[in-house]
Every structure is written in structure tokens, then in C-alpha cells.
Design a protein around this ligand. Structure first.
Ligand SMILES: O=C(O)CCC(=O)C(=O)O
Length: 264
């Protein structure tokens, strides 16, 4: 196994200390372009299955295009979910026993607005939040700027143990994650954030959100139900484990604890 590059090490340190990190150049331009085309095809296929890409619960208008079920729709997303650099950052924050909770996209088109301020961990675990149990890897398929709706976050908010710890008017402290197409942004699940507003005339902002959690948390998606049996059978043992498709679940943390504990 090769050791992580200095750039990846810096990203790992940044994630652990400031709650987020940007890693440039993970996808080359051509791969970014083809993945974006396949995302639009996935959006069409998601709608053809009777789903809407406008989710009023999340977004103020239909200029946000939401695509869920990416892992069921196209192999290119299954290739990204355990990509090596992403996995290094996931393991740095969550440890070895992580699981895939969800993989979705949000294309913010001109005129899109912000969703409600939230942390991803707060969506799945009630407060108080004492440790990182969740993390998003955001794949930037286009350049991401303040103007085209970059995700905005409250610096230092991954240290908030309760909603009250955010203080008054956290919205006033939001800053954008700006990054080039092909980058990934690793975001501690406790970092409070929202989508930006796309105020450009004609520029889309396309992001994929790969969401991971510690293995004692229930995933947002039940992949045993979502993925066709033939597809499940074709997946690697590693991906099957991370998707919680095998019969043994929630034993790894216990096994680690028991292996370290003294016997009387
Ligand atoms: O699209 C974004 O910038 C943020 C999306 C997000 O936070 C979410 O869907 O939970």
C-alpha cells in the first residue's frame, strides 16, 4: 500500500482540525465532463421512473435539480463512491468501520435559492453531537463559485454540540466553499451549511454528495431494497460491505472493542 501524498495528508489534517478540506484535481477534465453528462442522463432516468427532481421540502424552486439513487442508476457513480482519495478522507474522520448512507446530486441552475441551514449529522442523530459520526464527500463536476451557488458553511460549527451552540444568526457567518471542477470537498457531518444561490445568468453548479456514517448508524437509504438483486450480486465484497448488503451488520465496532479489552 502506498502512503498518501503530501497534498492528501494536508487535506486530511485540514479536515480533522477545521472540519473541511478541498482536494483539487481528483477527476481530470474529461472524466468530469463525462460524469456530468451521465448525471443529466441519470436525472432523466430518475424522472422516467416517476420521481421528481424538484423537492419542495429541500429547495425553494425547481431551479435545483435533485437526483437520488445514483448508485442504482449508473456504474460511474459506483466507481466514485469508494474512490481512493475520498476513502482516505472518510477513514481519517470516521475510522475503518464506515458505511455508505446515501449518494445524491444537486445541480443548482441559475435562479436557484438556498435550502435551510443544517448539519448532515443533525439530520440523522439527535443532539448533543460529541464526535464526528458522519461526513460528506462533495464531488465538484463544474467549477464552484459564490456566484453559481457554492455550498456555504459556518466556519468552526463542527464544534457545536447543540443547535444553541451556533449562537445567534449563524447565517450571517456563512462563507462559500469555492473549488475547481474535478475537486472533492470533504465536510465533517457536524459542519452547518446550506446551498448557495445561483445568481449567474447561465452557469450550472453541479455537485454530487456522497454521504458516509459510522456503522452503528442506520443509513439514509436501505440499499438492500434499492438495488436489484442481480446488481447486488455483481458488486465487490468491499462495496457490498460498505453498502450494508451482507447479513452480518454492526459487529465491527464490537469486535474492535473486544479484541482490545482485557479478559478477567
Ligand atoms: O447543494 C448544496 O450546496 C448543499 C446541499 C445539502 O446540503 C443537502 O442536500 O443536504
Amino acid at each position: 500500500m502506498t502512503s498518501p501524498s503530501p497534498v492528501l495528508n494536508d487535506a486530511r489534517d485540514a479536515l480533522l482540525h477545521q472540519g473541511w478540506a478541498v482536494l483539487d484535481g481528483v477527476l481530470d477534465e474529461a472524466t468530469c465532463g463525462t460524469t456530468l453528462n451521465r448525471l443529466w442522463a441519470a436525472a432523466a432516468s430518475y424522472e422516467a421512473q416517476g420521481n421528481s427532481t424538484f423537492m419542495p421540502l429541500l429547495d425553494p424552486n425547481a431551479a435545483n435539480v435533485r437526483v437520488f439513487d445514483l448508485l442504482a442508476i449508473d456504474a460511474c457513480f459506483r466507481d466514485l463512491i469508494l474512490q481512493a482519495d475520498a476513502t482516505t478522507l472518510v477513514e481519517a474522520l470516521l475510522g475503518p468501520h464506515f458505511r455508505i448512507s446515501n449518494f445524491t446530486a444537486n445541480i443548482a441552475r441559475p435562479g436557484s435559492g438556498s435550502m435551510a441551514l443544517h448539519s448532515d449529522q443533525a439530520l440523522v442523530v439527535p443532539e448533543p453531537w460529541h464526535a464526528p459520526w458522519a461526513l460528506n464527500i462533495i464531488w465538484c463536476l463544474t467549477d464552484v463559485t459564490f456566484e453559481n451557488g457554492a455550498t456555504r458553511f459556518v466556519p468552526g460549527s463542527h464544534r457545536a454540540r447543540t443547535r444553541k451552540d451556533l449562537g445567534s444568526n449563524p447565517e450571517a457567518r456563512l462563507v462559500p466553499f469555492e473549488a475547481k471542477a474535478g475537486s472533492i470537498i470533504a465536510m465533517d457531518g457536524r459542519l452547518w451549511h446550506t446551498s448557495g444561490k445561483n445568481i449567474t445568468e447561465g452557469e450550472d453548479r453541479a455537485l454530487l454528495f456522497a454521504y458516509y456514517v459510522r456503522d452503528f448508524l442506520r443509513g439514509q437509504v436501505n440499499f438492500s431494497a434499492l438495488l436489484e438483486p442481480a446488481l447486488q450480486a455483481s458488486l465487490s465484497p468491499e462495496l457490498r460491505k460498505r453498502l450494508s448488503l451482507d447479513s452480518a451488520e454492526n459487529l465491527s465496532e464490537g469486535a474492535t472493542l473486544l479484541s482490545k479489552a482485557p479478559r478477567p
